[in-house]
Ligand binder design. Structure first.
Ligand code: ATP
Ligand code: MG
Length: 574
């Protein structure tokens, strides 16, 4: 491709609303342009990269035995009513009406559509197992679209769905997909980790996320120092500490007139946050208030809270008003002692021999509180002890080997064993070997195709621009002729090398714009093209070109006669 015939639209300024490097660089290189919040156009440059990502995924899905198909983006509400997800998906679902007033949505995922397809197509166990996939636009009306295509509203996903007669077959395909996902991200040269994950709104039993490691990642992932254990923080179990056997002192009321936060109370009373218990009041979708008690230095894990039978999905923190009405004490002075609400206590808080907490009395806290005292005075049901908190660095690994560390990650893929969740609600049956109809087992497997482009940049850039892994680069080689418009000799040498590389199938960008060398170098670096050849009068006098890899700090001189062979060798990594 000659730059003069291409649409290169690099910009110097960093856009004001772009907070992270990948978003800034995708705008500065001109890969994407915003149409509306979370909705982007891909320029020819950006699309080249997106297509490379798609192609690697397609090859690995085909190799894993999946069959490509294409489902509609617009889905009728009836299917979503069958699974109950029309309401469960909530405001994420972009709902649309047709001219007859019928309800549709723009698909955020395709479990319903594929299950409907399969229940009509597959009759017998002999047709199983089978796995379908597609690469297609999804729409999720994200509450806070941000970071460009990283968390967009319209984005490209690869979604695959497998169907089975039994659990063993589902597990076998799940393992094969796990391996295929690893190959996908290895081919892209990304540093990633598969981690155990929560199956969330999609439902199902086992699930793994594939996380690209990056400081700017929205997810916290947890791994063990001494074993293979790795999980999303949402799922990582915090083990119960051994119960304390220390003697405790007598309960004491202390004045804390202006101390409401854990920090203020700790400073005032000279204790550490780990010696305090904080009480959060949440409200379930049924309007029930529940008290959650955690150690002052620990954070509530919202997914773990939702897993409690008493709470369920869709809860929120109770309003100050509701808390005041139910507890007669404002936030800041609440505590488990003599609190008449259903109560769940985190394991670590429950292991404290004694602690400081709010006295349920304005301007007062209690010292030397024990759980025995809390339980003794309870009029309501006994307290429940559960794992409610986020793990922190240094906690023991749940598999008993090593301690936990925390890193940041970008979720680029997510695989689930769904079991019969969708086939049962949608009546997708096959005849088994005995001729009896049974619901099919399912697995589903997603990859954030467009998010990968951003994640790859997040992991591979410097202050001059993108550093593309070779497999994703929009162009492999850039040729920069210096003042070619004034030197026929330079132009000719550049054209010759360009033609040679093109004939070999190498994706080359020949920068034939009549620009100052500095501008062309800066663009080549910004675009992140892995290999650069500079052709100028001076070096040509010695029959030489200048060669520089995007990752190298020093350029080398290469002979004009052998330049082509040399480059081909570099490209193949030899
Ligand atoms: P997240 O937790 O990031 O919101 P999710 O768990 O809701 O994602 P899945 O339903 O597992 O997403 O979708 C499969 C994949 O699609 C995700 O692993 C992610 O890579 C990608 N994806 C999901 N939401 C978005 C989005 N808003 N923009 C870009 N990619 C997305
Ligand atoms: Mg997910």
């Amino acid at each position: 491709m000659r730059s003069s015939a291409f649409h290169l639209a690099t910009v110097k300024e960093t856009p004001a609303d772009a907070e992270i490097a990948s978003h800034q660089l995708m705008i500065r290189t001109g890969m994407i342009r915003k149409l509306s919040s979370g909705i982007y156009s891909w320029s020819p440059l950006g699309l080249k990269v997106l297509r490379k990502v798609e192609q690697i995924i397609r090859e690995e899905m085909d190799r894993a035995g999946c069959l490509e198909m294409l489902m509609p983006s617009i889905q009728p509400s009836d299917l979503w009513q069958e699974t109950g997800r029309w309401d469960v998906f909530g405001p994420l679902l972009l709902k649309i009406n047709d001219r007859a007033g019928r309800d549709f949505c723009f698909g955020p995922t395709h479990e319903e559509v594929i299950t409907d397809f399969v229940r009509a197509e597959i009759r017998s166990y002999k047709q199983l197992p089978i796995c379908f996939y597609q690469i297609q636009s999804k729409f999720r009306d994200e509450i806070r679209p941000r970071f460009g295509v990283m968390r967009a509203r319209e984005f490209t996903m690869k979604d695959a769905y497998s169907f089975h007669l039994d659990d063993a077959s589902m597990s076998e395909t799940y393992q094969r997909m796990h391996a295929a996902y690893c190959r996908v991200f290895e081919r892209m040269d990304l540093a990633f980790r598969p981690v155990e994950a929560d199956s969330g709104a999609i439902g199902g039993s086992e699930s793994h996320e594939f996380q690209v490691l990056a400081e700017s990642g929205e997810d916290a992932i947890v791994y063990s120092t001494d074993s293979e254990y790795a999980a999303n923080i949402e799922t990582a179990e915090a083990l119960a500490p051994p119960p304390s056997t220390a003697e405790s002192n007598n309960l004491e009321v202390v004045d804390t007139p202006n101390q409401r936060t854990i920090n203020e109370v700790c400073t005032h009373l000279g204790v550490s946050a780990a010696e305090t218990v904080k009480t959060l009041i949440i409200e379930t979708t049924e309007g029930q208030l529940v008290a959650l008690c955690l150690r002052g230095d620990h954070e509530l894990n919202e997914v773990k809270a939702s897993r409690q039978a008493m709470i369920g999905n869709g809860w929120q923190l109770a309003s100050d008003e509701k808390i005041l009405k139910a507890c007669t004490t404002p936030v800041g002075y609440l505590g488990p002692y003599q609190l008449s609400l259903p109560m769940i206590v985190d394991r670590a808080a429950a292991a404290l021999d004694e602690f400081v907490c709010g006295a349920n009395d304005l301007g007062k806290h209690l010292k030397h509180v024990t759980w025995a005292a809390v339980n003794f005075d309870r009029k309501d049901d006994p307290i429940i002890i559960a794992d409610l908190r986020n793990v922190i660095e240094g906690d023991p690994s749940p598999d008993g080997r090593g301690t936990l560390k925390i890193a940041r990650g970008i979720e680029v893929g997510h695989i689930f064993k769904l079991g019969t969740k969708y086939s049962e609600s949608m009546n997708a049956m096959v005849q088994n070997e005995g001729g009896k109809p049974v619901p099919m087992m399912m697995g589903c497997y997603g990859i954030g195709v467009s998010r990968i482009v951003a994640a790859a940049i997040e992991q591979n850039h410097d202050d001059r621009g993108i550093i593309w892994p070779q497999a994703l680069a929009p162009f492999t080689v850039v040729i920069v002729p210096l003042n070619g418009h004034k030197s026929p000799r330079v132009t000719e040498a550049a054209n010759t090398l360009y033609e040679q590389l093109m004939a070999q199938g190498v994706e080359v960008l020949l920068d034939d714009r009549k620009l100052r060398p500095g501008v062309m170098f800066a663009d080549a670096e910004l675009l992140g093209i892995p290999h650069r050849v500079v052709i100028g009068e001076k070096a040509l006098d010695q029959n030489q070109f200048e060669y520089l890899q995007r990752t190298a700090s020093e350029n080398e001189m290469i002979d004009q006669d052998t330049a082509f062979d040399y480059l081909i060798k570099q490209l193949s990594g030899n």
